[in-house]
Design a protein around this ligand. Structure first.
Ligand code: SF4
Length: 428
């Protein structure tokens, strides 16, 4: 059963009299257990929907949809499937206590992998789930492989009952499912031979594996489960050599890079990031693969749109990792706009100094970085630091931070989004 959260005005559903709170039980005789069933079963043109109205009365809606006309129904978000693993490197295990509850949910849900590109390990899928993936053709899926070697994967996921990922991917691939894979690398566990074996196995799956990303383990000062080595420059460099060798092979044999080191891996190894051609269609940008190159591209493409703002003093808050990469971008923006940009590097007070990503800065960090800066006309902060409710990870709201600061601040994804207006506007 799924429940209706909202019915659009003047929609097919509103004409039928569907109300928020209505429970949708079956479609054309098949039970509806979640949003996937609903999406796929209602793709038919002729629908018989059994439902229970909010007052408990059962009703049958019969309708014919013309040309895929939307029904106008939003559903109550699904209960997320929880993760059955206990990875030592789990970022959620490395969160400090006292944050809002949803941040501690360890989801591992193939449905969200298909719908939103969340990575899932497939550790908790049952036979019925595999059948659904195949029937509904849930492709591509984003899969946290980490290692194809079964024994190594059990250790990495800290789960002795984890299914054999090679067998799972193989079966799904036979049914036409495609994958974007990631491997979080834990030095000493899956960086050397295990990584080579994993890349070989994924490569041998042919076009079923659309891309593979290699990401260094990211630890906070609270990663209490972690017992392995942390990633150092030499290890990152060795891993990157392997990734680039495979990438060269892929380009020669398949015409595309196929396997990518994450931006963080390049930064840890102290290497220059590749240009746009390396990343193709940037399939794993949400996974931090090519995000810096994409930012550079967007700034280059948008420079002409930046308005003159002669003499403005603009602060740009970022994390330590991005600081060296930002300087050249701010030089270009300064030349184009006539403004004076100042890079302000903030330390992460919530996760500790090992977390240097700009997008994980919290409200307190922004306050600390800017509260005495009465000399600035305004400041830009990374838009990724706030959620859709404009709240930082530490529960500070953007409004509260704004009120406490002596200058206006504007969340920005790529500078251009704020600076292309005559007067700066927030990107979110
Ligand atoms: S799979 Fe591992 S990293 Fe992902 S949520 Fe579960 S325990 Fe955390």
């Amino acid at each position: 059963m799924v429940k209706v959260s909202r019915v659009e005005e003047n929609s097919v559903a509103s004409e039928l009299g569907v109300l928020p709170g209505t429970e949708l039980l079956t479609v054309n005789g098949r039970p509806v257990s979640d949003f996937l069933d609903w999406e796929f079963l209602t793709a038919d043109e002729e629908l018989v929907i059994e439902a229970r109205q909010p007052d408990g009365e059962e009703i049958i809606y019969e309708l014919e949809r013309l040309d895929g006309e939307p029904l106008g129904i939003s559903l109550v978000p699904p209960a997320v499937r929880r993760c059955a693993n206990r990875c030592e490197f789990c970022f959620i295990e490395g969160l400090p206590a006292g944050l809002r509850k949803p941040l501690y949910i360890r989801d591992d849900d193939y449905r969200l992998s298909f719908a939103y590109g969340n990575f899932a390990t497939l550790s908790n899928v049952k036979e019925r789930d595999i059948e659904r993936i195949l029937e509904y053709r849930l492709s591509p899926l984003y899969v946290s492989v980490h290692a194809t070697n079964h024994e190594a994967r059990k250790v990495l996921l800290n789960n002795p009952r984890v299914p054999d990922i090679k067998a799972q991917l193989g079966r799904l691939a036979e049914g036409g499912i495609r994958f974007h894979c990631q491997m979080v690398i834990v030095p000493g566990l899956n960086d050397a031979q295990v990584l080579e074996e994993s890349l070989t196995d994924l490569w041998n799956m042919g076009d079923a594996v659309l891309s593979a990303a290699v990401v260094p383990v990211g630890l906070t000062q609270f990663s209490h489960l972690y017992t392995a080595r942390s990633m150092d420059r030499e290890t990152a460099s060795t891993i990157l050599n392997k990734v680039e060798d495979w990438g060269d092979k892929a380009k020669t044999e398949r015409g595309e890079t196929w396997v990518f080191g994450s931006d963080e891996l390049y930064m840890l190894a102290g290497r220059e990031l590749p240009g746009p051609a390396h990343y193709g269609d940037f399939a794993q940008i949400e996974n931090g693969v090519g995000a810096v190159t994409s930012l550079r591209m967007r700034v280059a493409a948008g420079l002409d749109r930046v308005k003159r703002r002669e003499g403005d003093r603009i602060g740009v808050v970022t994390g330590l990792a991005m600081a060296p990469l930002m300087e050249p971008l701010l030089d270009q923006l300064g030349q184009r706009s006539g403004a004076q940009f100042e890079l302000i590097v903030a330390e992460n007070s919530l996760f500790g100094p090992t977390i240097t990503t700009a997008g994980l800065l919290v409200g307190r960090d922004i306050l600390r970085a800017l509260s005495n800066r009465t000399d600035l006309d305004y400041a830009l902060i990374p838009a990724e630091t706030i959620n859709e409710d404009r709240v930082f990870l530490d529960d500070c709201t953007l409004d509260a931070v704004r009120e406490a600061l002596p200058m206006p601040i504007f969340p920005s994804y790529d500078f251009i989004d704020v600076l292309e207006s005559e007067t700066p506007v927030a990107a979110v």
